[in-house]
Design a protein around this ligand. Structure first.
Ligand code: ZN
Ligand code: ZN
Length: 187
């Protein structure tokens, strides 16, 4: 599958290495798109929520087109291999969760870490979606679309800063970095 699937190859190239985490995100993203009956988001027609900030997020960004930069990928650093994907036109969301133990090879304790990793990768390539993941529809409000914020000039460093991120000091906008420095100096 690694050799035969050009999209996985591209995801590996984007991520930098081939690993179980990336492959979990890859298969989860494909499962979500299939369930939703959609393909990769060009703009913001899809939204994804990742409950991990690890390797799988790169595959989710690559496969679904939901990215941090576009604002339609939301990261929840909960350390869970769970990816939720929704489509904006009707608000349908599907949650794809790795089944606990699904990629733990039999007699894992007898294997070296490298052997275990290889077996996990094999399982990730061969197991059918329904054995790998718990896939279900969820009822939750879709995160709101990315908004364009006005920018302000920081009164300390003179650089631009998104207005929504700026603090006010003596009625003047201050960027978070400068605000931190002022705070530290005072402390
Ligand atoms: Zn990785
Ligand atoms: Zn500043």
């Amino acid at each position: 599958m690694e050799q035969q699937d050009p999209r996985l190859q591209q995801a590996i190239a984007f991520h930098g290495h081939y690993c179980p985490g990336l492959t979990i995100g890859y298969r989860a993203a494909l499962a979500a798109l299939r369930a939703l009956g959609v393909s990769r988001a060009v703009d913001e027609e899809l939204v994804a929520i990742a409950e991990t900030d690890a390797c799988g997020v790169d595959a989710v960004q690559f496969v679904t087109g939901c990215t941090l930069g576009k604002g339609n990928l939301i990261l929840r650093d909960w350390g869970k291999q769970v990816f939720t994907c929704g489509r904006r036109f009707d608000g349908r969301m599907v949650r794809v969760a790795l089944r606990y133990g699904a990629i733990t090879p039999p007699n894992a304790d007898a294997l070296s870490p490298e052997e275990r990793r290889q077996r996990s990768l094999e399982l990730l390539q061969t197991l059918p979606e329904e054995e790998l993941f718990d896939i279900r529809w969820v009822d939750a409000p879709l995160p709101s679309p990315a908004r364009i914020f006005a920018s302000a000039q920081c009164s300390q460093c003179g650089e631009g800063v998104m207005e929504a991120r700026a603090h006010l000091r003596d009625g003047q906008p201050v960027c978070p970095e400068c605000y931190g420095k002022v705070y530290t100096r005072r402390g």
